[in-house]
Design a protein around this ligand. Structure first.
Ligand SMILES: [Zn+2]
Length: 99
């Protein structure tokens, strides 16, 4: 059975019962190879010094709203506290929407 490893896919369709075990073995090989690829790619991108800096800048922008910011309940944009026009029942509205 171990020699069927190199068999082409067409033969798999012909043998209905034995092909399942073949598929299992083949799928296992594929998965392990894929994981290795992903790990290699991830470590490569992390080793770039320039990418590290841009990553940190990006993470700051992606952060959830700060304490001095609020999410407008009308336009759902995040505004600074200074743009808060009204707040009723936890519903905050920015100046643009309140105008
Ligand atoms: Zn708004």
């Amino acid at each position: 059975m171990a020699t069927d490893y190199d068999a082409p896919r067409k033969s798999e369709e012909d043998q209905s019962e034995e092909s399942i075990e073949e598929l299992k073995a083949r799928r296992h090989d594929k998965n392990s190879g894929k994981v290795d690829e992903d790990e290699a790619e991830a470590s490569e991108s992390f080793e770039l010094p320039g990418a590290d800096l841009s990553h940190e800048e990006l993470s700051v922008q992606v952060l959830p709203r700060q304490q001095d910011e609020f999410t407008c309940s009308s336009c759902f944009l995040v505004h600074h506290r200074s743009q808060l026009a009204s707040e009723k029942n936890g519903q905050m509205v920015c100046r643009e929407c309140a105008a």
